[in-house]
Design a protein around this ligand. Sequence first.
Ligand code: TGC
Ligand code: FAD
Length: 389
Amino acid sequence: MKVKFEDFFLLDEELTEEYKILRDSVRKFVNEEVIPIIGEYWERGEFPKHLIEKIAKLGLIGSYMPVEYGGGGFDKLAYGIITRELERGDSGIRSFVSVQTSLVMYPILKFGSEQQKKKYLPKLASGELIGCFGLTEPDAGSDPSSMKTRAYKKGNYWVLRGSKMWITNANLSDIAIIWAKDDDGIIRGFIVERDMGYKSREIKGKISLRASDTGEIILDDVEVPEENRLPFAEGLKPALMCLNQARFGIAWGAVGISQFCLERAINYSKERIMFSNPIASFQITQQKLTDMLTLTQNANLIAYRIAKLELENKLTHYHVSYAKRYNVRAAKIVCDMARSILGANGITLDYHVMRHMANLEAVETYEGTYEIHTLILGEFLTGIEAFRK
Ligand code: TGC
Ligand code: FAD
């Protein structure tokens, strides 16, 4: 049997035909529609909006939501495969799908009323409505429980006052899932429609995730009807449960970047002649490639394992933290090595590696920084929380 570096441990052999078709169709889409154009959009600092319709038509939004609400009816393994393949193209494209699926549709599915599910989920799945998720604030990042945004009850309405910072899809959004504290300090979730009055402002000057829409959300006494409160979300835990879903997709997505960069580096090193020999023939290059293979395959094994645990209902948020932390850091190291193998070409948009490398800076920060996931696992190991003094 011939073992390929792309799937060293033959994990794809575990996939049924249905998953393989899904993998191949997303990969085809990324190769044909994302990779050829993404550098230009990244350079311009613009999200490629024209891809939304195609992404939705391929069933990549809400893939693990029930069919009755317009979702794909797939499981989380399928979601992992989708995010892995999309992030081979660009983290911003994967981010768009992560937010729409795991941070907007998931909270409505999990904590929403039947009426809310029927009203919003099908339109979110089809891309007719774009959503965003507002948890982070200018002064509340790693510690979302310190949020300042308030929800005041006024008759049958809630008045939302505050602001949210670093919000993916903020400017594209028609609706925002907003987390705010009520008079008793209880965190509640709201589906806020653009027409209800929230404003957004683009964050400019990013040198990471440039092909993703990132903005601020301003809530200046926005009146939200009681029927738009998520009835089954109370406290910080529901928001953290949403993060688990998105972190799962990031852990898979990071593998896509590693796979892409390893392949690039192998091909380049065989073609690039220096000192009259392909650079692939030098021992230092081979050591880099071997380290890249190891990091990539370890990350892929972890990704498959968390999907299996999820299917068996055994996945905990500790597993997800482990996977997000390891796989993103592994991808950063793989990108760094690939970039060095590509020499000067490695710093250009044409070869894609440096764009991935820059994107990973944001990916390692959002959805819980490397340090926060270290402390989550530190708490798992010791039983002692070390976030606060
Ligand atoms: P803490 O007291 O530890 O927890 C409150 C309750 O929640 C439970 N819990 C979780 N449950 C489910 N999933 C998780 N991941 C959970 N983590 C904790 C916990 O057991 C407790 O339950 P109970 O029953 O005892 O009440 O809360 P804390 O205030 O101490 O905070 C803990 C900490 C620091 C780990 C958490 O706040 C955290 O994860 N901080 C990082 C913030 C973060 O990740 N923000 C992400 C914002 S969204 C985003 O970045 C989108 S980017 C999207 C994209 O473009 O792809
Ligand atoms: P801080 O919390 O200020 O942390 C700064 C540094 O201090 C980090 O290195 C951190 O690890 C470290 N640190 C903090 N606390 C501790 C501690 N206890 N011990 C040790 N070290 C610590 N948020 C949303 O709600 N929705 C979104 O859609 C969204 N999209 C994003 C898109 C992008 C491009 C980016 C960059 C961010 C996005 N975020 C979003 C916000 C993201 O979740 C936060 O940036 C992240 O949680 C970290 O918060 P912070 O940036 O305020 O950093």
